[in-house]
Design a protein around this ligand. Structure first.
Ligand code: PLP
Length: 464
């Protein structure tokens, strides 16, 4: 592809190191230049319209161009554009947002710590867990168990919790020291033995977790972290009874459950939180993304009261609680977060998403019979189809990702933005999508899949 010298696309190649992008391919294909967005639609610089099938990066729950959110930011900038929370300073909008979060989350008594991203929220989680065990006089209880294909962020520590190879490869992650462990990916369709039920598979995974804890020494394991539905790992919903069984193991060894609700939080799974959908009883929760519908970068870590009380009691001995960011509780982000949560409640956005979920899942399920599709999975308004070379044998394409990338091109050509995670096509539209737009999304995807199938046949990629 030749780019017009001086065009935005050419300047992009000259100026930017893109996050989570194949750099050589990007140099060849250039960027997709998005120009503006309204509601659930985005527009590129050629005026092409796209239905937003992934809510940005699983975050723009209220869609784009929301006047009330823009106004909340503007008004806050005029009133108090910045104020810190260090050294006992505070502000009303931060307090109101913390109160609102406390009222909503499935944690009885809690405290809220603000940050700026999902990654820093999970870094905070790690630091709080370490601090907690230090103040309790258990300095050896520090290891944290994540899961293969789990995604918890990309900073040095949260990236170490993440269980995805590209997040580690070349970056010397996970961090050395043996504090970051990974247990099984709970993906029944891929991981179960022939004939093994979801419940039996969940029992086996809980047994494996128990064995991992025993091997490492229960006195060394501080916490377990999980997304209720694994997002960036390919939209993997947990098998029946999985979280119940995992929680039984954790309780036996006094291991904290960190609930990463960065994608699942705020109505995505058909309930307010993924914890509500799957019966998770968290000790602490990470929130970001839909907390502000991505109108401002903001994250929150919510910890149960026992953790806060332990910090408080150790306060004289430890001195200052030495963690926090310049932008912890940024008033503009808090104002936008507060307005977002108000809109969720006022407009019954979670109920709207839950009411659309059956239609969304039914439209998704229709792809089950498609020759390219191995598995369809999802819950609420999040879902995925996994493309395979051999439907019966579940054989993945080799090399992985080529068919997904091709399918994504056809999605774009049909006016749909979604995400190819390798060969898994993921969907997570804004929660404010309408019923007609859900149909539009899957009609577009159907056309993209037909084109992908024709291409795959042409390339001889499907098993005979
Ligand atoms: C479950 C989960 N946790 C944490 C993160 C990291 O969030 P951020 O990209 O804001 O750092 C993500 C990002 O996709 C995520 O999906």
């Amino acid at each position: 592809m030749t780019l017009q010298p001086g065009s935005l696309a050419a300047r992009d190649l000259d100026s930017m190191l893109h996050p989570q992008t194949h750099l050589a391919q990007h140099q060849k294909s250039g960027p997709m230049m998005l120009k503006h967005a309204e509601g659930v639609y985005m527009y590129d610089d050629q005026g092409n319209q796209y239905l937003e099938g992934l809510a940005g990066l699983w975050c723009t729950a209220l869609g784009y161009g929301n006047e009330e959110l823009a106004r909340a930011a503007y008004e806050q900038m005029k009133e108090l554009s910045y104020a810190q929370l260090f050294a006992s300073k505070s502000h009303e909008v931060g307090i109101r947002l913390a109160e609102k979060i406390k009222e909503m989350v499935p944690l009885h008594k809690s405290k809220v710590f603000f940050g700026n991203s999902g990654s820093d929220a999970n870094d905070t989680q790690i630091k709080l867990v370490w601090y907690y065990n230090n103040v309790l006089g258990r300095p050896e209880k520090k290891k944290i168990i994540g899961r293969l294909k789990g995604y918890h962020g990309i900073t040095l520590a949260s990236g170490s919790l993440t269980g995805l190879a590209p997040s580690h490869k070349g970056f010397d992650l996970p961090l050395a020291g043996g504090r970051f462990l990974h247990t099984d990916l709970p993906h029944h369709w891929r991981g179960a033995e022939p004939g093994e039920s979801e419940a039996d598979y969940a029992t086996r995974l809980a047994d494996n977790l128990e064995q991992l804890i025993q091997r490492e020494g229960p006195e060394t394991i501080a916490a377990f972290i999980a997304e209720p539905v694994m997002g960036a790992g390919g939209v993997i919903t947990p098998p029946e009874t999985y979280f119940d069984k995992v929680q039984t193991v954790l309780a036996r060894h006094d291991i904290l459950f960190i609930d990463d609700e960065v994608i699942c939080g705020f109505g995505r799974t058909g309930q307010p939180f993924g914890a509500d959908t799957y019966g998770i009883r968290p000790d602490s929760i990470s929130l970001a993304k839909a907390l502000t519908s991505a109108y401002q970068p903001l994250s929150a870590v919510v910890v149960k009261d026992e953790i806060y009380q332990a910090f408080l009691q150790a306060s004289d001995e430890m001195g200052m609680f030495g963690h926090g960011y310049t932008y912890s509780g940024h008033p503009v982000a808090c104002a936008v977060g507060l307005k977002t949560l108000e809109i969720y409640q006022r407009d019954r956005v979670f109920e709207h998403a839950a009411a659309l979920a059956p239609q969304f899942q039914e439209r998704l399920a229709r792809f089950r019979d498609h020759p390219l599709v191995g598995e369809v999975r999802g819950v609420g308004l999040v879902g995925a189809v996994e493309l395979v070379a051999d439907k019966q044998a579940k054989t993945a394409f080799d090399p992985p990702g080529r068919v997904g990338a091709e399918c994504l091109e056809h999605c774009h050509a049909n006016g749909l933005i979604c995400r190819a995670i390798g060969d898994v096509m993921a969907f997570c539209p804004p929660l404010v999508i309408t019923s007609a737009q859900v149909d539009e999304l899957f009609d577009k995807f159907e056309r993209a899949m037909a084109a992908t199938l024709a291409w795959a046949h042409g390339e001889g990629l499907l098993a005979a």
